[in-house]
Ligand binder design. Structure first.
Ligand code: MG
Length: 254
């Protein structure tokens, strides 16, 4: 069931979204060669608590961190730990915060120092595929119009669009209806209505779209070990332009 949020609920989602955005910026501030993925997680955790919010991911299905930190061929759900970040890595951060009963959810990919041309292009195309998608995050379109736009943009540039994991509604629950795939034919799925809040999150691989779950039962990697990138915001559908609830300052992204 898709829940439409009223103005009071939207106000709460704007707060949880802003806290989630702050957590992303806290992660970004500590990403550099030599830090461990656990140190990044600690920075995210502290930032969320400092706002009086609760990390959405911590304990979700047993997940042991407040951030997912996924490196290079890891797509999503990387468990923070002793892994050390190196120059040239692509680091994907996925964070969520619960505040006043509502979740925010966002993800981004960061280049550590100098990265390959291939990695840079993958990051840029993944981010842009999100922005191609939200051109259709408007009343008058359906969910799969977003999906199709993302797929079209990424595949036409030679990339694989992950099928096994998809975007989702977000609100009182971290994952709500509807599913928001990053692929599909246009004109299908629920109609977009004002008050819908959805997390749109293209996961794009430099190679095949196939992924596999590691023996830790969380970390998802590309099956062919190609690089992967991820970009996500929680988005509010309105009578006008979509609103990014988790917008953070990307001004000087590497
Ligand atoms: Mg999500």
């Amino acid at each position: 069931m898709i829940t439409l949020k009223n103005s009071k609920e939207i106000a709460s989602m704007q707060k949880s979204g802003a806290i989630t955005a702050a957590a992303m910026m806290a992660a970004r501030a500590v990403i550099r060669p030599g830090v461990t993925t656990r140190q990044i997680d600690r920075a995210v955790h502290a930032e969320i608590l400092a706002h009086g919010a609760v990390p959405s991911f911590l304990g979700y299905g047993g997940f042991p961190g407040s951030a997912c930190v996924s490196v290079n061929d890891e797509v999503i759900h990387g468990i923070p730990g002793d892994r050390v970040i190196h120059e040239g890595d692509l680091v994907k951060i996925d964070v969520g915060a619960l505040f006043e009963g509502f979740h925010g959810d966002c993800a981004a990919t960061f280049a550590v120092g100098e990265v390959s041309e291939e990695a840079r292009r993958l990051m840029d195309v993944t981010r842009q595929s999100f922005y191609e998608g939200i051109k259709f995050a408007r009343v008058g379109y359906r969910v799969s119009d977003i999906s199709h736009a993302i797929q079209e943009y990424a595949e036409s540039r030679g990339y694989g669009v992950v099928r096994q994991y998809v975007g989702h509604g977000v609100g009182r629950k971290l994952h709500e209806d509807p599913e928001v795939p990053n692929f599909g034919k246009p004109g299908h799925g629920p109609r977009l209505l004002p008050g819908m809040t959805i997390a749109i999150e293209p996961m794009i691989n430099a190679g095949s779209f196939d992924v596999k779950v590691m023996p830790d039962n969380w970390t998802v990697k590309t099956a062919d070990h190609s690089l992967s990138a991820h970009y996500e915001h929680s988005v509010l559908i309105t009578t006008g332009d979509p609103v990014l609830l988790t917008k953070w300052d990307e001004g000087t992204v590497d």
